[in-house]
Design a protein around this ligand. Structure first.
Ligand code: NAP
Length: 303
């Protein structure tokens, strides 16, 4: 294997340690800690497990955390009122509404009601605009792209002047990471191309990439011959390709996950590569914690 593995599991630990010590320092100097509320509607098992992990991580780094679970049939007006309650709660710095929401609720309306200064997911149009403007305007980059950029920087990969090719143009990964990498500033200053299903000669674009970020949701989409030797390959894709018995309990089946890149072949060509699982995945919740800490620091005027 020639590529250096960029492990999200290790970078997560580093960042969570940094957050924990900063929270302790702020507590000592200002007498407050960041507060995060997660709002869950209904009992979707996947949503429950995401929210549980977010709350557990918030607890670990010393935040005040609230899990607010609402019934699946909560009227939209009541959910809007609940968000307004947390918008006006001084002890809460971050509000997170776990998606998806049930069909009778307008997801956009809900997300747009969150105070942009507490929108630690970074999905509010005000924060999308701030991200586009760049520089000091940026408050809360969306968590997955924020994690991707942090991994690239912490791995020591040069971004200035680098050719970055992003596969995928979703609002949660492709578009924001492309925007972040082209900004003027540290960890950016790249020349960026976005490719998608209507792109001609996708392979040719990918071959040019010094940094290839793949977020398509198609297992093994990127072939080894599409990778420039020595490139940094960030595989965001998480695809369930089957099931296998759990290592802890062989009677329980767990998902077999694959990324969007043919990892085994790509690692012989790339200079850096993220594994799936254990690559980008652990970074998303980590950056949610960092955004929540930042929300408190903005409020205290120390950011
Ligand atoms: P999405 O909304 O489905 O967008 C996928 C994008 O990829 C679209 O822009 C699509 O192009 C493009 N695409 C799909 N097939 C393609 C192909 N054959 N050639 C070129 N482009 C193609 O997905 P997403 O939300 O961005 O997520 C992408 C992947 O990342 C998924 O596997 C998801 O599970 C994973 N993900 C992981 C994390 C994490 O680890 N924390 C977070 C978010 C997402 P068109 O626009 O032309 O349709």
């Amino acid at each position: 294997m020639s590529a250096k593995l960029i492990k999200g599991t290790e970078i997560r630990e580093e960042i969570l340690e940094e957050i924990t010590s900063e929270v302790a320092k702020i507590k000592e100097e200002h007498g407050v800690v960041p507060g995060l509320v997660t709002i869950l509607v209904g009992e979707n098992p996947a949503s429950i497990s995401y929210v549980t992990l977010k709350i557990k991580t918030a607890h670990r780094v010393g935040f005040t955390e609230i899990q607010d679970t609402q019934p699946i049939d909560i009227p939209e007006a009541d959910l809007l009122a609940l968000i307004e309650k947390y918008n006006n709660d001084d002890t809460i710095n971050g509000i997170l509404v776990q998606l998806p929401l049930p069909d009778h609720i307008d997801e956009k309306k809900i997300l747009n009601t969150i105070d942009p200064d507490k929108d630690v997911d970074g999905f509010h149009p005000v924060n999308v605009g701030r991200l586009m403007i760049g520089g000091n305007e940026v408050k809360f980059p969306p968590c997955t792209p924020f994690g991707i950029q942090e991994m690239i920087v912490r791995a020591g990969v040069e971004t200035s002047g680098a050719e970055v090719v992003v596969v995928g143009r979703s609002n949660i990964v492709g578009k924001p990471i492309a925007n972040m990498m082209l900004q003027k500033g540290d960890g950016a200053n790249s020349t960026v191309t976005i490719v998608h299903t209507r792109t001609k000669n996708m392979e040719e674009h990918c071959k040019r990439a010094d940094i290839l970020i793949v977020a398509a949701g198609v297992p093994n989409l990127v072939k080894p011959e599409w990778i420039k030797p020595g490139a940094c390959v960030i595989d965001v894709g998480v695809n369930r390709v089957g099931e296998k018995p759990s290592a802890k309990d062989p009677n329980r089946m767990v998902a077999v996950l694959r990324g969007d890149v043919d990892f085994d072949a790509a690692k012989e060509i790339a200079g850096y590569i993220t594994p799936v699982p254990g690559g980008v995945g652990p970074m998303t919740i980590t950056m949610l914690m960092l955004n929540t800490l930042k929300a408190l620091k903005y409020k205290l005027g120390i950011m």
